[in-house]
Design a protein around this ligand. Structure first.
Ligand SMILES: Cc1cc2nc3c(=O)[nH]c(=O)nc-3n(C[C@H](O)[C@H](O)[C@H](O)COP(=O)(O)OP(=O)(O)OC[C@H]3O[C@@H](n4cnc5c(N)ncnc54)[C@H](O)[C@@H]3O)c2cc1C
Length: 310
C-alpha cells in the first residue's frame, strides 16, 4: 500500500495553495483532483476580485496558473476521487476511486462546496452567461441593470441586499408565502425600495438564447405566469459542502460544513486539516479559500515536525 506524507484532497484554490506551501516545505504533497479538476472557478468566466490580476482573469486560466505553480515545486497531481476514509487509524487511511488504498501522515481536506441549482434546462444553458450562484462574485457585472435572485434564506436576503447596492432593481423570487431568513434580514429586504419580493412564486424559465434576457415566473396560488425583462439571474438556494465521507470522523455543523479550531485549519482528528469552502459557510471566496489553504499546509508542517516525521 502506498504511503504518503502529505495528502491533499481537492484541486480548487484551497488545495492548490496548500500544495504550493507543502511542496516548498519539502512535504512531498500528493494531490487528488476529484471530479472537478480546478474546482468551482472552472465554471465561471471573469474573476475580477482575486488580488494580483489588475485586468481580471478567466476562472479556468487562473486555476491552470495555480496548477502550474503547485507542479513547479514538485506536487504530485493525480486524477482520482477520495471515496472513503478511515480516520480512526494512524496513519490515516484513504481510498481512491473505490479501489486504491493509501495511508497518509497528514491529510488536507480541500473538497469545497457545491452550489445548489434549480435544475431547469435554461439555468444550465445560461450558466456563466447571466446565471450565477454568487452575488458577491458576479453582482458587479450588473451595475445599473435589473436582476433577479431566487431564495428565501439568510444568504438570499443578504445577497439581495448586496445586489440592490449595484443593480437598478432586484426581483426576489420566493417559493413560499414567507421568507426563511431571520426577521432582521427580512426587514432589510422588505424595506429596500430597490427590491421587489414575489412570494408564492417559482421560476418557470430563464429567457434568452446566448445571455439572460428575462425570466418567466409563475404564481403558485393564481397559476398566472409573467415575464420580467432582466439581465442577471442569481440562484441563492444554498450550498452543499463536499464532506459526506469525512462526517463520521470529523465535527461538522448541521449542513455538513467541517468544523476547524478557530484561527487554525485543525479538525478534531490529529493530522487532519480542512481548508476552503468545505469549512467556510460565511465567506466562500477564492482568496479566503487560498488563505486557508496556506494555513492548512503550515499547520500540517508543524504537526509533522511535532510528531517527528521528516
Ligand atoms: C459561478 C461561480 C463564480 C465564482 N466567482 C468567484 C469570483 O469571481 N471570485 C471569488 O473569489 N470566488 C468566486 N467563486 C467562489 C469560489 O469559486 C470558491 O470560493 C472557491 O473555488 C472555493 O475554493 P475551494 O478550493 O475551497 O473549493 P472548490 O473550488 O469548490 O474545489 C473543490 C475541489 O475539491 C475536489 N473534490 C471534491 N470532492 C472530492 C473528493 N471526494 N475527492 C477528491 N477531490 C474532491 C473537486 O474536484 C474540486 O477540485 C465563484 C463560485 C461560483 C460557483
Amino acid at each position: 500500500m502506498e504511503h504518503i506524507k502529505c495528502l491533499i484532497i481537492g484541486s480548487g484554490p484551497a488545495g492548490y495553495t496548500a500544495a504550493i506551501y507543502a511542496a516548498r516545505a519539502n512535504m512531498a504533497p500528493v494531490m487528488y483532483m476529484g471530479l472537478q479538476p480546478g474546482g468551482q472557478l472552472t465554471i465561471t468566466n471573469d474573476v475580477e476580485n482575486f488580488p494580483g490580476y489588475p485586468d481580471g482573469i478567466m476562472g479556468p486560466e487562473m486555476m491552470e496558473d495555480l496548477k502550474k505553480q503547485a507542479a513547479r515545486f514538485g506536487t504530485d497531481i493525480r486524477y482520482g476521487i477520495a471515496t472513503a476514509v478511515d480516520f480512526s487509524v494512524t496513519p490515516r487511511r484513504v481510498t481512491i476511486d473505490e479501489t486504491t488504498e493509501l495511508t497518509a501522515d497528514a491529510v488536507i481536506i480541500a473538497t469545497g462546496a457545491s452550489a445548489k441549482w434549480l435544475g431547469i434546462p435554461s439555468e444550465a444553458k445560461l450558466n456563466g452567461s447571466g446565471v450565477s450562484a454568487c452575488a458577491v462574485c458576479d453582482g458587479f457585472f450588473y451595475r445599473g441593470q435589473e436582476v433577479a435572485i431566487v431564495g428565501a434564506g439568510d444568504t438570499a436576503a443578504e445577497e439581495a441586499t448586496y445586489l440592490a447596492n449595484l443593480a437598478s432593481k432586484v426581483t426576489m423570487i420566493v417559493r413560499k408565502g414567507e421568507m426563511k431568513a431571520s426577521k432582521i434580514m427580512q426587514k432589510r429586504v422588505l424595506d429596500n425600495p430597490k427590491i421587489e419580493v414575489l412570494f408564492n412564486t417559482v421560476t418557470d424559465e430563464i429567457l434568452g438564447e446566448h445571455s439572460v434576457e428575462g425570466v418567466r415566473v409563475k404564481n403558485l396560488l393564481t397559476h398566472e405566469t409573467k415575464e420580467i425583462p432582466l439581465t442577471g439571474f442569481f440562484v441563492a438556494i444554498g450550498h452543499e459542502p463536499n464532506s459526506k465521507i469525512f462526517q463520521p470522523y470529523l465535527h461538522h455543523d448541521e449542513q455538513g460544513y467541517l468544523k476547524t479550531i478557530p484561527g487554525t485549519s485543525k479538525t478534531n482528528v490529529d493530522g487532519v486539516f480542512a481548508c476552503g469552502d468545505v469549512q467556510d459557510y460565511t465567506y466562500r471566496q477564492a482568496v479566503t479559500a487560498a488563505g486557508s489553504g496556506c494555513m492548512a499546509a503550515l499547520d500540517a508542517e508543524r504537526y509533522l515536525t511535532a510528531v517527528g516525521i521528516h
